[in-house]
Design a protein around this ligand. Structure first.
Ligand SMILES: [Zn+2]
Length: 189
C-alpha cells in the first residue's frame, strides 16, 4: 500500500543571526541546546550557533530522524528535555543528504528511511528565498519539507509539548549548506 503524501509547506528561508541563541553565563557550564542532526552532515554545531561545546547536547543519526519510535533518539530527546531541561532544540538537516538522494533515485527503502517517501516532492516554492539567484532543486525542497514535518511531529511529542507550554522551550529548523558553509533557518508561514 502506498503511503499518502504529506502536504506541501509554505515557508521562508532566512539567515541564522549570530545572536539567535543567546545563552546566559552558567557556572558550571550547562547544556542549553539539543541539536538533532544527520550523521553525514559536515556542519559544525558550535560554529553555527557560536556557542561552546559544553553548552550543547548533540544527537545525530541517519537522516536526523526523531519521529519513528526509535529508542535511541527518543531517549536522547527525553534526556535533553526533561533532565537537562534545554531551552532550545535545533533540528538541522543538510542539502546534499545521501538519505534524500537515495529516495530520489527510487531505490528501495527500509523502515528508517521510508518516511521520506511520504513527503510531497512537488512542495511549493518558498515565498522568501534568502539567495534569490539560487534555484531550489527538487532535492532541496524535499529536504526542507522533510525537516518541517519532522519539527511538526517534534512539537507534538509529549515531553516537548509540555516543555514548550510550561517553560517556553523554543524549537528551530535549520538546513546546512556545505557549499556556503552556513546554516539557514526555515520558518513556516
Ligand atoms: Zn544526511
Amino acid at each position: 500500500m502506498t503511503s499518502p503524501l504529506l502536504p506541501a509547506k509554505e515557508y521562508a528561508i532566512l539567515p541564522v543571526p549570530r545572536n539567535l541563541i543567546a545563552l546566559p553565563d552558567s557556572t558550571p557550564p550547562r547544556q542549553h541546546v539539543l541539536w538533532i542532526g544527520c550523521s553525514d552532515s559536515l556542519v559544525s554545531e558550535t560554529d553555527c550557533l557560536d556557542i561552546n561545546r559544553d553548552e550543547i547536547f548533540v544527537h545525530r543519526n541517519l537522516g536526523g530522524r526523531v519521529s519513528n519510535g526509535d529508542l535511541s533518539s527518543g531517549s536522547a530527546l527525553e534526556w535533553a528535555v526533561d533532565l537537562l531541561k534545554v531551552d532550545y532544540i535545533v533540528v538541522c538537516g543538510h542539502y546534499d543528504c545521501e538519505v534524500i538522494k537515495h529516495e530520489l533515485a527510487g531505490k528501495e527503502l527500509s523502515g528508517w528511511e521510508m518516511e521520506v517517501s511520504k513527503l510531497d516532492p512537488n512542495a511549493r516554492r518558498p515565498s522568501n528565498i534568502l539567495h534569490m539567484s539560487s534555484e531550489r532543486s527538487r532535492e532541496q525542497r524535499l529536504e526542507e519539507t522533510y525537516l518541517l514535518h519532522e519539527v511538526d511531529w517534534l512539537k507534538k511529542e509529549e515531553h516537548v509539548q509540555r516543555a514548550i507550554r510550561e517553560r517556553g522551550l523554543i524549537v528551530h529548523t535549520f538546513v546546512y549548506d556545505k557549499t556556503r558553509n552556513e546554516c539557514v533557518r526555515l520558518v513556516e508561514e
